[in-house]
Design a protein around this ligand. Structure first.
Ligand code: ADP
Ligand code: MG
Length: 620
C-alpha cells in the first residue's frame, strides 16, 4: 500500500504557483492588485525583457512593517479575510493569501516596504522559497516588490515562457485591464527602461480608452448606465462603425476585477444583432458593481471567472441597457462605411446602403419588442428582421452541421464558401468524360490512352490541397468566424503549442487565443471544415503539432496542416456521389498541379492502357 504523506510547504506553494502564476503577466496582475488593495493612488510597473528578467511594482499604499514582511510571503497569510464567511463579503481584489508565497517559491523576490508610522523601511529577500536576507532599508511610504527570473528553479515552466515580445504583450494586456478598471489611479508602465504608458488619474474611463486605443475609438464611444436594484452597470460601448473580428475588446469589470463571462459576451452580441456584420464583435468597456454577496469570485484560481447568483437577470440588464440606449441614439452615421460593408458581404454599394437603411429602421422600430423576451441562449427571442437582411444569421453560421454530401458537395461544385468557382479555362479544361462510381469510392472513366480508375477521396484531397495552398500563399483563406468563440480545454503543452503556432494557424484561417489556464479560444476556422466541429479541428491540429519534430520549420508545419485540412474536408471513400458531383470533381482535375498523387503520396488515379487491356483479352 503506498504511503500517504503530507506534502512539504515548498511543494504546496509550487503547486499553488502553477495555478496562480502562469507567466510574467500574472505577476503584474497579482502585484498591482495588492497595491490597489493597499490603498495606493499611484502604481508604477517596470519590466525587463518582457518580465522574464524582472517585474517591479511600486506603490504608495499603506505599506507593511518589518514584522509583517515574512508573513506577507507565508502561504495562506492574508490581512484581507479572517473567517470563511468573509469569502462572501470580499471587497478587496485579493483574499487567498497565496500570491506572494507562490511567487516567492518560483523566483528571486525582493520586498521593500514602509508604513507611515515608521521612519525606516524594511527589506526582505526570498530566493526559491528560502529566506535570504532581511533588514532595514530606506524607502518611501508604500511597497516595492521585485520579482527576478520567474521560474528560475522550475526549468520546465520557464521553458514554456515565450519570446520577450509575446510575454510583453501579455504584460501590457494585464496592465491595460487594471488601468481601465481603475481610471482614478495614476499608473505607469516601463519596458527595459523605456516609458510605455504614463497615465495620470482620469475622471472617467473615456480618457483611459483613448490612451490605450486611440482618440478615434474613444470619440465613438456611447456612454451607458443603468441600475437594477443593487446592481449598477456603467461604462462605454463603441458604435457599430467600430467593431473587431474578435471579442478581445470586450472589457468587463466586476467590482473592479476584469472578468470573462460567456453569457455577458453573448448579451453584448445580442444587443448588436443586426447592427454588425456576421463575425464582427462589439467593443465594450463596462463595469458592473454589485454587493459582493451576490457573486462568488472564488471559483477560478485567478478569479477571471465568477459565478453570479442571478446571471439571467444580469444578462437582461445588460441587453436591455444597450438596446434602449441604441434606440435613443442616432446610429445612422455610426454604421459601417458603405465600401466596407459591401466588400465584406460581397454586395454592391447600393445594396449595402439599402441594408444600412433597413437596419436603422429595424433598430429603431423593432428592437424593443425583442428586448422584453430575450434570455440567455434563447435565440428565438432575437429580433427576426436581420434574417432577411443578411443571407445567414450569425448563429446559424456558427454551426453548420450538414452531414456529408451537402458540405462536401459544396466544396466539389465550387459553389461553396470554400473555394470560389474556378474561372472558365477553355484552353486547359478537358472535355469531361462520363464516369461511373463503383463501390462508392472509385470513379471509372476513359481517356485517349485507356481506362482511368480514380480514387475519389485522393483526387478531391489533392485538388483541395492545391487550392488551399494557393490561397494560403495569396493570404486569402476563407475562414469562418464563430459568433461565440469556442473554448477548447487542452493540456498545458497542447495549449502552448497551439498558441505558439498562432501565426501559422492564422494563415490557415484558424484563430486561437489564450483563455486562461490551458483553455484556448477558437475564434475562427477554415470554412472548408464547416462540417467538423471547431474543437475537433483544433485538437487534430494540436495533435499534429505535437507529433512533429521538436522545432519544425513553420513552412513544414503549414504544409502538414494543409494536408490534414484537405484530407478532412475531402469526400471520403464510401461517400455516394451524384452525377453532378462526379462531373464537378472531374472538371476540377486540371486545377491540381499533380493530380496523380494525393498529398499522402498514394496515387489518385490508375490507367489501364488500351494496349494492356487488348493484351489481357488476348486481342493482340
Ligand atoms: P492576498 O492579496 O490574497 O491577501 P498576497 O499573497 O497577495 O495575498 O498578499 C499577502 C498579504 O501581504 C496581503 O494580505 C497584504 O496584507 C500584504 N501585502 C501584499 N502586497 C502588499 C502591498 N503592496 N502593500 C501592502 N501590503 C501588501
Ligand atoms: Mg494578493
Amino acid at each position: 500500500m503506498p504511503e500517504i504523506r503530507q506534502l512539504p510547504p515548498g511543494v504546496i506553494n509550487k503547486i499553488a504557483a502553477g495555478e496562480v502564476i502562469e507567466r510574467p503577466a500574472s505577476l503584474v496582475k497579482e502585484l498591482v492588485e495588492n497595491a490597489l488593495d493597499a490603498g495606493a493612488t499611484r502604481v508604477d510597473v517596470a519590466v525587463e525583457q518582457g518580465g522574464l528578467e524582472l517585474v517591479r511594482v511600486s506603490d504608495n499604499g499603506c505599506g507593511m512593517s518589518a514584522e509583517q514582511l515574512p508573513l506577507a510571503v507565508a502561504s495562506h497569510a492574508t490581512s484581507k479575510i479572517r473567517h470563511a464567511d468573509d469569502l462572501f463579503r470580499v471587497r478587496t481584489l485579493g483574499f487567498r493569501g497565496e500570491a506572494l508565497a507562490s511567487i516567492a517559491e518560483v523566483s528571486r523576490l525582493v520586498l521593500r516596504s514602509r508604513t507611515s508610522e515608521t521612519a525606516a523601511g524594511a527589506q526582505l529577500e526570498v530566493c526559491g522559497g528560502e529566506l535570504r536576507d532581511a533588514g532595514p532599508c530606506g524607502c518611501p511610504t508604500g511597497t516595492t516588490v521585485e520579482v527576478h527570473q520567474l521560474f528560475f528553479n522550475t526549468p520546465v515552466r520557464r521553458k514554456f515562457l515565450r519570446s520577450t515580445q509575446t510575454e510583453m504583450g501579455h504584460v501590457a494586456e494585464a496592465f491595460t485591464r487594471l488601468a481601465l478598471a481603475f481610471p482614478q489611479i495614476h499608473f505607469s508602465l516601463r519596458h527595459n527602461g523605456r516609458p510605455i504608458h504614463e497615465l495620470p488619474p482620469a475622471d472617467d474611463g473615456r480618457g483611459r480608452v483613448a490612451a490605450f486605443f486611440g482618440d478615434e475609438l474613444a470619440r465613438d464611444l456611447i456612454a451607458v448606465a443603468s441600475c437594477d436594484q443593487d446592481v449598477t452597470l456603467s461604462g462605454y460601448v463603441a458604435g457599430p462603425a467600430q467593431s473587431r473580428a474578435h471579442p478581445r475588446m470586450q472589457y468587463l469589470f466586476l467590482n473592479g476585477r476584469a472578468i470573462r463571462d460567456r453569457a455577458l459576451q453573448h448579451a453584448l452580441g445580442e444587443a448588436y444583432r443586426g447592427l454588425l456584420l456576421t463575425g464582427r464583435y462589439p467593443i465594450a468597456f463596462l463595469r458592473i458593481e454589485m454587493p459582493p454577496e451576490l457573486v462568488d469570485v472564488n471559483v477560478h484560481p485567478t478569479k477571471a471567472e465568477v459565478r453570479f447568483q442571478d446571471s439571467g437577470r444580469l444578462y437582461s440588464q445588460l441587453l436591455g441597457t444597450l438596446r434602449s440606449k441604441f434606440l435613443a441614439t442616432d446610429l445612422t452615421h455610426r454604421l459601417e462605411p458603405a465600401s466596407e460593408a459591401g466588400e465584406a458581404t460581397g454586395m454592391d454599394a447600393r445594396r449595402a446602403n439599402a441594408v444600412r437603411e433597413e437596419l436603422v429602421a429595424w433598430a429603431k422600430g423593432e428592437l424593443d419588442s425583442a428586448l422584453a423576451t430575450a434570455e440567455p441562449g434563447d435565440d428565438s427571442a432575437a429580433a427576426p428582421a436581420p434574417v432577411a437582411l443578411f443571407p445567414h444569421t450569425p448563429l446559424q453560421l456558427n454551426r453548420i452541421d450538414r452531414p456529408f454530401p451537402a458540405a462536401a458537395a459544396a466544396t466539389l461544385t465550387g459553389g461553396a464558401r470554400t473555394v470560389p468557382a474556378a474561372p472558365p479555362e477553355p484552353r486547359l479544361a478537358p472535355r469531361t468524360p462520363p464516369a461511373m462510381q463503383v463501390h462508392n469510392r472509385y470513379l471509372i472513366t476513359e481517356n485517349e490512352e485507356g481506362v482511368v480508375v480514380i480514387d475519389q477521396h485522393a483526387l478531391h484531397e489533392r485538388i483541395l490541397y492545391e487550392r488551399l495552398r494557393e490561397r494560403v500563399a495569396g493570404g486569402a483563406v476563407e475562414s469562418q468566424n464563430l459568433l461565440v468563440p469556442e473554448p477548447v480545454e487542452l493540456s498545458p503543452a497542447e495549449a502552448a503549442a497551439a498558441l505558439q503556432a498562432g501565426p501559422v494557424l492564422e494563415r490557415l484561417g484558424i484563430s486561437v487565443t489564450a483563455f486562461g489556464g490551458s483553455t484556448v479560444l477558437v475564434g475562427s476556422y477554415p470554412a472548408m471544415l464547416a462540417a467538423t466541429p471547431p474543437a475537433q479541428v483544433l485538437r487534430d491540429v494540436v495533435e499534429l503539432l505535437l507529433a512533429g519534430p521538436r522545432s519544425p520549420e513553420p513552412r513544414d508545419v503549414l504544409d502538414e496542416l494543409l494536408h490534414m485540412i484537405s484530407c478532412k474536408a475531402a469526400i471520403k471513400a464510401g461517400d455516394r456521389l451524384s452525377a453532378d458531383e462526379i462531373s464537378a470533381l472531374l472538371e476540377q482535375r486540371h486545377l491540381a498541379q499533380d493530380t496523380h498523387h494525393c498529398p499522402h503520396g498514394r496515387p489518385t488515379a490508375l490507367v489501364f492502357t488500351r494496349q494492356e487491356l487488348d493484351r489481357q483479352f488476348k486481342r493482340i
